[in-house]
Design a protein around this ligand. Structure first.
Ligand SMILES: [Zn+2]
Length: 306
């Protein structure tokens, strides 16, 4: 494939020359402009597709490896019909990692469900009740750290993985839930053992089909941003974790998904638009070198539906 006139040498040849110059470090960072356009186009055809209405056509290109790797750029909002599925996968990483780390350290994790008794609660009212509940339970050492998700159904439910001492369902949980403003229907049980896994698929294989972390992530994909807004949510933030939750927050979860899908990187990602490589992409298309790829949201939903 011909290169545009005056283009700098490719990443591959630069790496080779850098390696031959013993001891000398190549200080110039790799850039997408340093790569042959067909190599970038090839990377784009291998990346999952994305139907994100906000960032369609934008790809992050990892230029520190050869051949380069491309990943669709995500808007990372819960509002997005596409990206919320990947966000739920990131949430799954946060919850699974948290459970596995606590259990490895001998800390029990429990799965808690609280409900709106009357069926008229708004999302802010549910969070206010949670805040009261948390304070009551914290004072009694029954609730330490948590990761929670909201489920929107005919009435609102709150599901959380929590740490803290044993809570007696009839004598402690129900009275405190009611005192905080929740309904009588409240449930708590131990989370079954979940060993640390290096991959998200590993967690899914290890866990039962009804794993609590998976269940929590599924609630996040089930309730849409519109449904949460209809219930009065001003900011759509269906996953909440306490500051010290061992699995980290969504930023860490997102980084983990990215690392797992596209490899370890020192931040050498560069954003390109597919339209910049239209001639090369069309040529690959003509040569039938473009295979059908699952979309980003398909990969995420398939994993969570496993
Ligand atoms: Zn999006």
């Amino acid at each position: 494939m011909e290169k545009p006139e005056g283009s700098p040498p490719s990443l591959v040849s630069r790496e080779a020359s850098a390696a031959s110059a013993a001891g000398s470090k190549d200080k110039r960072a790799a850039r997408s402009g340093d790569l042959p356009a067909h190599a970038v186009a090839m990377a784009l055809t291998k990346a999952p597709a994305s139907r994100c209405p906000r960032t369609g056509g934008l790809f992050a290109l990892r230029v520190d490896v050869s051949p380069p790797v491309a990943a669709p750029v995500s808007c990372r909002t819960w509002d997005c019909p596409t990206c919320r599925h990947v966000k739920a996968l990131a949430a799954f990483a946060v919850v699974s990692d948290g459970i596995a780390r606590y259990q490895a350290a001998g800390t029990r994790v429990r799965f808690l469900t609280l409900t709106d008794g009357e069926g008229s609660m708004t999302v802010p009212e549910l969070y206010a009740a949670w805040s009261r509940f948390r304070q009551r339970m914290r004072r009694r050492e029954m609730l330490d750290e948590y990761a929670l998700a909201i489920e929107v159904g005919s009435r609102l439910h709150l599901h959380a993985c929590i740490t803290g001492r044993f809570i007696d369902q009839a004598h402690e949980l129900v009275p405190h839930a009611e005192a905080a403003g929740f309904g009588r229907i409240a449930d708590i049980r131990a989370v079954p053992p979940l060993a640390r896994a290096d991959t998200l698929a590993g967690y899914i294989t290890r866990a039962e089909k009804s794993s609590d972390a998976l269940q929590l992530a599924r609630y996040l994909t089930k309730s849409t941003a519109e449904e949460l807004r209809d219930r009065g949510a001003k900011r759509v933030r269906p996953l909440r974790v306490s500051r010290k939750w061992e699995g980290g927050g969504l930023t860490e979860g997102w980084a983990r998904v990215k690392r797992e899908w596209y490899g370890e990187s020192e931040g050498k990602w560069e954003v390109v638009h597919a339209s910049q490589y239209r001639p090369q992409l069309e040529r690959l298309e003509r040569m039938r070198l473009v295979a059908a790829r699952p979309s980003l949201e398909d990969v995420a939903t398939d994993l969570l539906a496993a």
